[in-house]
Write a new protein. Structure first.
Length: 214
């Protein structure tokens, strides 16, 4: 039986992409992931994640990674909620697969997992069982494997953005380096480049402040 796990990295940041990944395994081979130490990527240090990134790809029957840029997130969120965007991109990720998993475990952002699973099922062309759960990346090794692919890919994309835009930090609003970059960028330009999610409250407050100056 083929099982799959899906997770994303970068839902909360104000800078950079949101990255989605799917990993497909033969159920009998999932023990390989356990031996490798695969789990929720947030519980693994950066160096180990990088090593596991390659090991997961080798162990998978198939995998796919999809990156949604900050600019595209901004555009999507003019007409859709972030949960809707995630469901759409998760379905798109599934449809990229050559194989059809028998069961897909999805890390769920929705407060109602069954609703989220049904949304994906309505959107994908794949005829498969979809199980959406909170902390799926912790509870299912195959979803943990997907979280590693997504996290490492996003981290590498952030490194590339840093080369272009300077010290942007992790991109999360709670990151002091990111906060400093946001403040300095606004003071200098009174606008933000496309690497910034312009529908985020952190950024929208800056724009409101500008309007209030007149």
């Amino acid at each position: 039986m083929l099982i799959a796990g899906i997770d994303e990295a970068g839902r909360g940041p104000v800078i950079g992409p949101m990255v989605f990944a799917v990993v497909v395994m033969d159920e009998k081979d999932e023990e390989k992931l356990k031996r490798l130490g695969v789990t929720d990527s947030k519980l693994i240090d950066k160096e180990t994640r990088s090593t596991l990134f390659d090991e997961v790809k080798k162990a998978a029957v198939e995998y796919k990674i999809l990156s949604l840029s900050a600019h595209d997130i901004t555009e999507w969120m003019k007409t859709a909620s972030l949960n809707d965007v995630e469901a759409i991109k998760t379905a798109e990720l599934l449809d990229m697969l050559k194989v059809t998993p028998d069961v897909v475990y999805v890390d769920c952002p929705d407060t109602i997992p069954t609703r989220y699973a049904q949304n994906i099922k309505n959107l994908t062309k794949k005829r498969t069982k979809i199980i959406a759960e909170h902390k799926a990346d912790l509870n299912y090794k195959v979803a943990g494997a997907a979280s590693i692919l997504a996290k490492v890919t996003r981290d590498r994309e952030i490194e590339e953005l840093s080369k272009e835009y300077g010290k942007i930090g992790s991109g999360y609003p709670s990151d002091e380096v990111t906060q400093r970059w946001i403040d300095e960028c606004w003071k200098k330009n009174k606008s933000f480049p496309d690497c910034v999610r312009k529908k985020w409250a952190t950024v929208e407050r800056k724009a409101q402040t500008k309007l209030g100056e007149y």
